[in-house]
Design a protein around this ligand. Sequence first.
Ligand SMILES: *[C@@H]1O[C@H](CO)[C@@H](O)[C@H](O)[C@H]1NC(C)=O
Ligand SMILES: *[C@@H]1O[C@H](CO)[C@@H](O)[C@H](O)[C@H]1NC(C)=O
Ligand SMILES: *[C@@H]1O[C@H](CO)[C@@H](O)[C@H](O)[C@H]1NC(C)=O
Ligand SMILES: *[C@@H]1O[C@H](CO)[C@@H](O)[C@H](O)[C@H]1NC(C)=O
Ligand SMILES: *[C@@H]1O[C@H](CO)[C@@H](O)[C@H](O)[C@H]1NC(C)=O
Ligand SMILES: *[C@@H]1O[C@H](CO)[C@@H](O)[C@H](O)[C@H]1NC(C)=O
Length: 311
Amino acid sequence: MTTRMAVAHWLVLFVTVFMVSNARDANGTLPAATLKAIAKANGNGPYIGIVILNLYEVNLLLNSSSDSAVEIIDFTCNNYLILVMTGLSGVIHYGIAGNANPALHVGDVAIPQYWAHTGLWNWQIWARSTRKLGHLRFANYTINVTACASHDNLLNNIWYQPEEVFPVTGTPEGRQHQFWVPVGSAYFAMPKKLEGLKLKTCVNVTTCLNYTPSVSTVKRGVSAGVYLDNVAYRSFIYGKFNASPVDMESTSVALICYQQNTSFIAIRALSDLAGGGSTELNEADTFSYLAADNAVTVVVEFIKQLSSSML
Ligand SMILES: *[C@@H]1O[C@H](CO)[C@@H](O)[C@H](O)[C@H]1NC(C)=O
Ligand SMILES: *[C@@H]1O[C@H](CO)[C@@H](O)[C@H](O)[C@H]1NC(C)=O
Ligand SMILES: *[C@@H]1O[C@H](CO)[C@@H](O)[C@H](O)[C@H]1NC(C)=O
Ligand SMILES: *[C@@H]1O[C@H](CO)[C@@H](O)[C@H](O)[C@H]1NC(C)=O
Ligand SMILES: *[C@@H]1O[C@H](CO)[C@@H](O)[C@H](O)[C@H]1NC(C)=O
Ligand SMILES: *[C@@H]1O[C@H](CO)[C@@H](O)[C@H](O)[C@H]1NC(C)=O
């Protein structure tokens, strides 16, 4: 049975964001070795793709998985994910993230139902399309202007814009605008069973969280090409969008999967408070490895659940 086959094969797509170890060749295509690996992998499918951002997190997963057949393909850019989608029955993405939700904590694992790209803006003078999403008025963040009620700011305002997608299910493919990208509904139902999972609390013998981290599904996560470490923007993004994890990648994977009509889920462990902490240090300096461990713990359990539900 093909579904039985599927659970035996996991395709690890290693997306190298910071390294350019796998540059495109002169004709702008992927290197022959990568194309060969994709063809070989697709020949054995169907697969569930696992998209991972760095080698540390790849190794954590490989060290904790035992019997699944794993193929590793090294990418430099999320866009190339599209090239292998034909062989994938679903995509799991994981990593660490900042946390904008005051009800969650460092070390917790958050699994959003919707993702949005919050790096696509219109500034006031150009905001000719939609002014519905967001609205950040820079003047509202001015300090020490209590004596002046009508202060403005030359940066004016921004609004967010939805992404343009061309779903493969369209005949012909037609343009859609998509801001909130849903994760796969069957995938999203599964983390409910993971909520009691025991997660790591200590970095080492001396540095521990003073609470027990936990797994939860949340309404929303956002991604942008911005490392968020600012309390005002953190509050804004939570207040406007009820966003919990803030990262730099998940939505790009979500958008590609949405466009390709492929189930997707992102599992993000919270490594820091995105600027909302009380110290000047970003918590990720201390807790990123703990968070990475917790993300992998949840991913491994998620894969087990997925495997048994497919049998
Ligand atoms: C690029 O394409 C040309 C024409 O098809 C081919 O001759 C050449 O070998 C390709 N270059 C590389 C680096 O693959
Ligand atoms: C994975 O296991 C290898 C071999 O035991 C070890 O050297 C490495 O540190 C482990 N990596 C992680 C990220 O745990
Ligand atoms: C800016 O602040 C004013 C006064 O508090 C408030 O009425 C308005 O809604 C705020 N605008 C935005 C876009 O946040
Ligand atoms: C506001 O202005 C006062 C007086 O100039 C200054 O002491 C204070 O640090 C300023 N506050 C902020 C948040 O910059
Ligand atoms: C794929 O397309 C079908 C038909 O439009 C839709 O019902 C389904 O939800 C889509 N699946 C995904 C994973 O987007
Ligand atoms: C434990 O980790 C903290 C944070 O990284 C570090 O400051 C401390 O030196 C470590 N302690 C030990 C015993 O390794």
